[in-house]
Design a binder for this molecule. Structure first.
Ligand SMILES: *Cc1c(COP(=O)(O)O)cnc(C)c1O
Length: 347
């Protein structure tokens, strides 16, 4: 399943956009993520701004061909935690199933570029069956992430079958649909999809999406979110902190506040993973912490995501937290810094 009018080559892109030399110099090679930009998402780009934050997320550049020594193709060591071909079981209480390697639009900052847009396609019935069989034996797993690629690139019928197979083994499993389709191809979200999900509501669904910039919040994407929320499906957002896209305070404030206004709860703000070809997107952790500290002064806690990093060499996710508790004494006295930078003592 794909969106009609998707741009899939530099030649097509060049007819619509004046490319910069570093964009034109991108070479599609064995390891690279393919180029795909839906017509809808392309139209969010301001063609007059060569540093446009929407453009930066989807137009490839020659910097993707760089590989730094501390980067790898699989920093989260998902291969090591793969318990079946498609099922990654990294954390005791949840697992991630790679439904398909296809996306509507490929994000140039993709951390799963070893898999996304490759040649594996959608999970076969055997692969779904072996994952479901594993889940049946692992009652400590409470949540299954349907991810990829992007699960909403499957047709509604294919998704229906897949969910039925998981539900037949584990009707109690909370299912997270991890999809950027509400951002890049919102017209895919239709009444049939929602009605299909409702059929499988023996346990809740959550939608985890990825808005990275306030300009991605449009009437169309709001409509897609509304369909989920009105069906009783809670929507959470995982942003990635991206240099030249959203690494400034005003952008983050607008993004988080506008998400809350369309009933999307900011969940994570991720530090960039140490993945090959993404160094041009990464900020320092010090910069991220400064932004989060400033963000906390501006927005409600409802609008506040958890800043986190997925540590290399299979370290897993850890929260990155600004510190307000400065000293903790054995006599019970604690010294705090307030959000405004003043000192307070809690005894
Ligand atoms: C991030 C992730 C999860 C979910 O983690 P939460 O912190 O619960 O959102 C599950 N499995 C894998 C492999 C992940 O990378």
């Amino acid at each position: 399943m794909s969106s009609s009018g998707t741009i899939t080559s530099l030649e097509q892109l060049e007819q619509r956009l004046e490319l910069k030399s570093e964009e034109r110099a991108w070479k599609e090679e064995g390891l690279s993520l393919p180029l795909a930009i839906t017509e809808y998402y392309f139209n969010l780009i301001n063609p007059d701004d060569c540093n446009d934050p929407i453009r930066r997320q989807v137009v490839p550049s020659v910097y993707e061909n760089e590989r730094l020594t501390h980067e790898s193709d699989d920093p989260l060591a998902e291969r090591m935690f793969a318990v079946t071909e498609r099922l990654v079981h990294r954390y005791p209480s949840r697992a991630a199933f790679l439904t398909t390697d296809k996306c509507a639009t490929y994000c140039r900052h993709c951390f799963r570029r070893r898999f996304s847009g490759g040649s594996s396609g959608r999970a076969s019935d055997e692969e779904i069956h072996s994952a479901a069989t594993y889940l049946a034996t692992q009652s400590q797993i409470k949540e299954l992430l349907l991810t990829g690629g992007d699960p909403l690139l499957l047709s509604t019928g294919e998704l229906d079958q897949m969910i039925a197979m998981f539900r037949s083994q584990r009707s109690d499993l909370v299912l997270r649909i991890c999809s950027r389709v509400p951002v890049t191809w919102p017209s895919r979200i239709d009444a049939q999809l929602i009605a299909m999900l409702k059929k499988h509501a023996t346990a809740p669904f959550y939608l985890i999406t990825q808005f990275n910039h306030p300009r991605e919040i449009t009437a169309e994407s709001k409509k897609a979110i509304d369909l989920f929320v009105e069906a009783g499906i809670m929507v959470l957002n995982q942003s990635v902190l991206l240099k030249g896209v959203n690494n400034d305070l005003e952008t983050l404030v607008a993004l988080m506040e506008n998400l809350v206004s369309i009933r999307v709860k900011p969940y994570y703000l991720f530090q960039g993973d140490l993945v090959w070809g993404t160094s041009h997107f990464r900020t320092t952790i010090a910069e991220g912490l400064d932004l989060v500290r400033a963000l906390r002064r501006r927005v409600s806690h409802l609008a506040m995501p958890q800043y986190a990093v997925d540590l290399p060499h299979a370290g897993g996710k850890v929260p990155l937290q600004e510190q307000y508790l400065k000293e903790l004494h054995p006599d019970g006295k604690s010294i705090f810094e307030t959000l405004e930078g003043e000192t307070r003592i809690y005894q």
